[in-house]
Design a protein around this ligand. Sequence first.
Ligand code: SAM
Length: 294
Amino acid sequence: MKEHRFGGDWTTQKLEKVRKYLAAYTKIFASNPRAQRLSTIYVDAFAGTGYRTKTPNLDDGQTPHFSELVEPEAEKFLKGSATIALEVDPPFKEYIFIERDPEHARELAILQHRFPKRVITIIPQEANAYLQKWCTETDWDVYRAVVFLDPYGMQVGWTLIEALARTKAVDLWILFPLGVAVNRLLTRKEPPLEAWAQSLTRIFGTRDWEEAFYPKRTERSLLGEEEVRTKQADFNTVGRFFVERLKTVFTAVAENPLPLRNSRDVPLYLLCFAAGNPKGAPTALRIAKHILSK
Ligand SMILES: C[S@@+](CC[C@H](N)C(=O)[O-])C[C@H]1O[C@@H](n2cnc3c(N)ncnc32)[C@H](O)[C@@H]1O
C-alpha cells in the first residue's frame, strides 16, 4: 500500500465529525419516504488514497522532514475519508472520488474491489474544474449530495464554492486552511503584495478582506499625520470572515466551525459546514452544529 502522510491527531477528529454527519445523512434519506425518491451522492474532492499513514507527532499539515526517524513498525494505516464514507451504513447511492495525483488515484481504485457493492467513480482530475462542470451537469431534481473538500492548502477557489451553493442540493464540509496558509499570507506591517493578495481574493471570492483585515488608520508621528494599514485581524477575525462569506451563498452555515489545532495551539484549519437545500437545511444545520460542538 502506498504511504500517504498528512495531518496529525486533529485529522482523526476531523474525519470523525464528517463520518458522523454522513451516517446521519444516509439514515435520514433511508427512513424518510419523500427523501427515498432522491439519489444520494458522496463526493470526496481531495480524496487521497483511502488510507493515511499514522506518524507520531506529525502536526503541521505538511510532509514531515523527520519521517526518516520514524520506525516503519511504529506506523499504522488508518482509514482516510474515502474508506470512512464507503463504510457508512446505509450507504450513499453513488460515490465520486476526485484525486489529481495519479498514484493516489490508483490506490483509490483498489477500494472498488474492497467495496464491490458500492457504486464508485474515480476522477483523476483537478477538483475545482471537474466539480464546477459536475454542478451544472447533474440533475438536481433527482440528486442530493454531500461534498467534502479536504485540501492541504489554498486549492479551493471561491468560484467552486459558489457553484456548489448554486445547486441548492449540496451540503458542504470544507477544511479552510486558516493557520496553515491564509494567515501566513496576511503580513503584519502592511497588506500583502499583489500575488499573495490575489491568492487571498481567490479563496474569499472578494477583495473586501483587505478593508476588513487592514482598515485605514491615521497615526500621528513626528512628521505629522500618516495613514497606516497594519494588520488588525487575528485567527478569529479571519475565520469569522470566511464563515460570513459562506453565508452569502449557502442557505445555512454552522456558526461554530471547528478549529483543528496543532500541539502549539495554532488553528491550522477550520472545519466548516454549509447546507444548500432550503428544505433540508434546518435539519442539516442542527445535526452539523451538534456534531461540531461535541
Ligand atoms: C489532505 S489530502 C486528502 C486526504 C483525504 N481526504 C483523506 O482523509 O484520506 C489532499 C489530497 O488532495 C490531492 N489534491 C491536491 N490538489 C488537488 C486538486 N487541485 N484536485 C484534486 N486533488 C488534489 C492530493 O494529491 C492529496 O491526495
